[in-house]
Design a protein around this ligand. Structure first.
Ligand code: GDP
Ligand code: MG
Length: 375
């Protein structure tokens, strides 16, 4: 397009602006990165790159956040939408029983359909209730939740707020309420430790009402369940309530489109290379799919479910562990499936390059500042 400068063109063609300037120089055009160019010059340049400038300009596929958002939006309009399991994060004050609850769910409700199945530590797991599934993120606590959100990842559908009946509302309880509210994620209250002598769930309920969490019997719309994570009392009721809340929210996904997902956590394994736990959010991730994950690329080599069983595909809300990336991505990075390996590689390499350049620029700024400081 007329009026673009070397920088704009560089972005479009995935080249350094300096390379464009150099190329133009070779073609006999003297310019700098910011000078806008006329139509003839651009066409000349495009021809040199083997591109018809009049062709509709391709969108920048290296912007995988944008691609992710596009696919997310497309799936919301899709006719292929089906119900998907809710994704739940457990939050609450320290020592109120988050880990105990997660462990109980993992051990008593995970292997209903797979007797003897080994549970392995991946960043999330699924729980069965009747024929329904619920996905739990295995990192309780606010840091993980906020870190995800800060990086633009919104993977939690429902927050279960654990409040100990023998301790009541504490600072991190209030913090959790604030986090959930700012993320616009509905809260289910689980008043825990009701087995403890002297526990007073009614008092805790009244405390929570001051924070505008009102149970239905007092005219509100927040679900409250009194549980004991230790004995298991009412834990199944809690699961039922989560499913009820999920029904109200009509959580859906299109399993037919190209998959997108978010990294829960990732690490380097000595034997297997980079190992990444991802939550599939839309579409179906298949064995062998070419992928870009953050600034990494590769294809799904081995995909394992939360019980350590190898699987060939992962449907929406399913957490899986995958190998096959060229390097370890970061949590909250987005996963996007591409049609072919070559494109995935190009995009991944380009993103890594951009990231490297950005970090170099930062270093340069620092050195310049330091220089001025000493002058
Ligand atoms: P977290 O910090 O929220 O993850 O809390 P934990 O799950 O580590 O629990 C803190 C302590 O409370 C541990 O000693 C648990 O055994 C205990 N605990 C957790 N849930 C219950 C419960 O329902 N009843 C009783 N009596 N103790 C519990
Ligand atoms: Mg804990």
């Amino acid at each position: 397009k007329e009026g673009m400068n070397a920088q704009d063109i560089g972005k479009l063609l995935h080249r350094e602006p300096a390379e464009i300037v150099k190329k133009l120089f070779m073609l006999g055009v003297m310019t700098n990165q910011n000078q806008s160019l006329d139509k003839d010059t651009i066409e000349l340049l495009a021809a040199d790159y083997g591109i018809d400038a009049k062709e509709k300009v391709h969108e920048d596929i290296s912007d995988i956040d944008k691609l992710y958002n596009k696919r997310m939006a497309a799936s919301k309009k899709s006719k292929n939408q089906v119900k998907r399991p809710p994704v739940v994060t457990i939050m609450g004050h320290v020592d109120h029983g988050k880990t105990t609850l997660l462990d109980r769910l993992r051990h008593t409700h995970v292997s209903v359909h797979e007797a003897g199945g080994i549970t392995q530590k991946i960043g999330a797991y699924q729980v069965h209730l009747d024929k329904h599934l619920i996905t739990f993120l295995d990192t309780p606590g606010h840091a993980a939740f906020s870190n995800m959100r800060e990086r633009g990842a919104e993977i939690t559908d429902i927050v279960v707020l654990v409040v100990a009946a023998d301790d009541g509302v504490m600072p991190q309880t209030v913090e959790a309420i604030d986090h959930a509210r700012s993320a616009k994620v509905p809260i289910i209250v689980a008043i825990n430790k009701i087995d403890v002598p002297g526990a007073n769930p009614k008092h805790v309920t009244e405390q929570l009402m001051k924070y505008n969490l009102i149970p239905e019997k007092y005219g509100g719309d927040t679900i409250f369940v009194n549980i004991s994570a230790k004995t298991g009392e009412n834990v199944e009721d809690l699961l039922q309530m989560i499913l009820l809340q999920a029904d109200v929210m009509e959580l859906k996904a299109d399993p037919k489109q190209a998959a997108i997902g978010t990294v829960i956590e990732a690490r380097l394994s000595r034997g297997r290379g980079p190992v990444t736990d991802v939550l599939v959010q839309q579409g179906t991730l298949h064995d062998g799919d070419p992928i870009v994950v953050g600034d990494r690329f590769g294809k799904v080599r081995v995909m394992t479910n939360d019980r350590g069983h190898q699987v060939e595909k992962a449907t929406p809300s399913m957490p899986v562990e995958i190998t096959g990336l060229n390097d370890v991505p970061e949590s909250a990075d987005k996963l996007v499936v591409f049609n072919d390996e070559k494109t995935a590689r190009n995009v991944g390499e380009q993103r890594a390059q951009q990231a490297l350049q950005k970090s170099r620029e930062n270093v340069q700024h620092v050195t310049l500042d330091n220089l001025f400081d000493t002058m």
